[in-house]
Design a protein around this ligand. Sequence first.
Ligand code: TXA
Ligand code: MG
Length: 317
Amino acid sequence: MRDDILLGADYLRAGKLVAFPTETVYGLGADARNPEAVKGIFKAKGRPTNHPLIIHLAEAEQMRAWAKTIPETAWQLAEAFWPGPLTLILPRADGVPDVVSGGLDTVALRVPEHPVALELLNAFGGGVAAPSANRYGRVSPTCASDVREELADKVDLILDGGRCRIGIESTIVDLSSSVPRLLRPGSVTEEMLGRVLGNTLVSASKTSMRYPGSSSSHYAPKARVVITACDEVDQRLHEWEQRRVRAGLLSSLFEENISDCRDASGLISEEAQAYALYQALRAADHLGLEVVVAVLPEERGIGCALRDRLLRAAGLG
Ligand code: TXA
Ligand code: MG
């Protein structure tokens, strides 16, 4: 693995694309200082060029190279949650290529926790721009074979670091204006952020500003995702069956085999659901399901992030 990581760092220096594991999902990385390399990311994903990318760093100190100003709250959040699944939006430093930030005057920064990501970042030495390593609008990859399925020959190297521990994308907090705003919920929850920021955080639901790439119909499998109340699941599945539509249930168990797992409903933690979510949505496609019936988890902890992703997968985000 060490040799692969060093090769990855060489590839990044050569302007190539390297997919790598993080604790959230796999990223598709390029040298953030190399506009041509970063353009390759947009091309490989089929992503609109006005959607800004997260720059991954080896340590918090490197924020100084990318952010024009760094509020005290950024250092506090970095101290509390980095390395880890939190992305900070800060005013953009001069010299950051336009293509990375989609022309915005802010940048997104994150120090990931996965050992392979950290080793790659340390070996490379600079910032690595990386969105999730999926085609635009599709489900994020949580293992190396997902990346292969999504991008195949469009990526120069895939570093295989096993399955991602968390399974959904990082929490994004915007610190570029006077009040901190939660732009994307994730496994660093509002409660956890509140312990550092006090009650100053404006939550996602109250934010009128929608982050680029937060359009509805995101994180979507090929199957149609239908959100259903818990007590209507049986009736819904029956309806689809009568119409000869291949439907399956994504219950709170989110098993690989996504049908018939209602009995365990409520017994599995929201963390375990997050870990399994994208694998289950992919499994639905592999099974050739046309419809996935899903029940939203409770709105607490990482459950908020799960609801966000499921609603987007259903095109209701
Ligand atoms: O967990 C993650 O964050 C993963 C791993 C690979 O680090 N990355 C990821 O990247 O989810 P991506 O590109 O799929 O999602 C990043 C989100 C996008 O919705 C983008 O619009 C938002 O971050 N973003 C990036 N820069 C921004 C900025 N300056 N202002 C507001 N939103 C920004
Ligand atoms: Mg993405």
